[in-house]
Design a protein around this ligand. Structure first.
Ligand code: CA
Ligand code: CA
Ligand code: CA
Length: 334
């Protein structure tokens, strides 16, 4: 059966002439770690992935204030604009690097004293450090994200209270953000373009079927800035940076009653989506589930700009330099 994605998203985002108005930004105060379909256990997937998900991106993450960033070049990490500056350090914590915490300092003199570069027309921000990372994430620069397996990392909250519609479970409210990093899995459902935000990956929260994954996860407040990694022929590459989720939701369209809530839903049917300020949109409860999604700013659409700022040394250049150096040495020996 076809999945009715495009028209629904157009409706949702018609409420959002401004940045993020119809979506819940993934920062505390609005609504927070990775929220799982299978469990409300706050300790679930809080250590490095193993097996088929080993080296799937977790190792490239670090703490940027209360949020996350992803190391993308020897002296640069990428995060989001919408949480604001998060202090002067980036901590590649022991949980990520398999050892002890390593603290890097941010180069506050970079970009004329800003300390960072924003990618215009997106939520992406690139921050420079004074030292050098030992390794960093490759960027996914292809255009084939839809259908790819993904891993996302965030510091928001676990699963909260059940959301019931006519007695049937439709998902879970967002739990309180706890600042604990978790990783979860999913599959890229779609891409979309939103004015002022650029291209985004769309990732549905499914309860079953081909788009439900072993650690099926969606996001909540506090997950901002975490990386989304896709498996590109066996190599996990950075494909997105966590931006937002669908919401808010409500059982009524009465304003001012405080009944609205953030949630990860495998079926939005029978609930209102929107906000008191922007209006509410009723989503019919149909036999086919209508899942909520999370959104991540799409790296591939902005890869050239990112790479022009966060410069990665060319391996070929290094190799040629090494070969040239070897030649020189050889000549001197003669
Ligand atoms: Ca899914
Ligand atoms: Ca209400
Ligand atoms: Ca339904």
């Amino acid at each position: 059966m076809p999945r009715v994605l495009g028209p629904l998203f157009s409706t949702l985002f018609s409420f959002a002439p401004r940045v993020g108005a119809a979506a819940i930004l993934l920062m505390p105060g609005t609504v927070s770690a990775v929220l799982f379909y299978d469990t409300d256990n706050a300790a679930f997937n809080t250590t490095a992935p193993a097996g088929g998900y080993a080296d799937s991106g977790w190792q490239y993450e670090g703490y940027y204030g209360g949020f996350l960033g992803t190391m993308i070049a020897p002296q640069y990490f990428i995060t989001v604009q919408h949480v604001g500056p998060q202090g002067g350090t980036f901590v590649h914590a022991g949980i990520f690097n398999g050892g002890t915490d390593v603290t890097y300092t941010i180069d506050m003199s970079a970009n004329g004293g800003a300390g960072y570069w924003d990618i215009a027309g997106t939520d992406l921000r690139i921050v420079k450090i004074n030292e050098a990372f030992p390794y960093y994430a490759p960027l996914y620069t292809g255009g084939g994200e839809v259908g790819m397996s993904l891993v996302t990392v965030g510091r928001g909250g676990p699963r909260g209270a059940e959301v019931l519609v006519s007695g049937n479970l439709h998902g879970w409210e967002h739990g309180l953000a706890d600042g604990i990093a978790r990783w979860g899995t999913n599959i890229v459902s779609d891409t979309t373009t939103i004015g002022g935000l650029g291209d985004l990956l769309v990732v549905e929260f499914d309860d079953s079927g081909p788009f439900h994954t072993i650690y099926e996860a969606t996001l909540s407040s506090g997950d901002s800035g975490g990386g989304v990694f896709v498996n590109d022929g066996g190599i996990w590459k950075l494909a997105g940076v966590n931006y937002s989720v669908d919401g808010l939701f409500d059982t009524n369209n009465v304003t001012g009653d405080g009944s609205e809530f953030g949630a990860g839903l495998f079926d939005r049917g029978g609930l209102y989506q929107g906000s008191d300020a922007q209006g509410w949109n009723f989503i019919p409860n149909l036999p086919l589930d209508n899942p909520s999604s999370f959104y991540a700013t799409r790296i591939s659409a902005h890869a050239a700009t990112i790479q022009s700022i966060a410069v990665v040394p060319e391996p070929d250049t290094l190799l040629l330099a090494a070969v040239a150096g070897l030649g020189a040495l050889t000549r001197r020996r003669r």
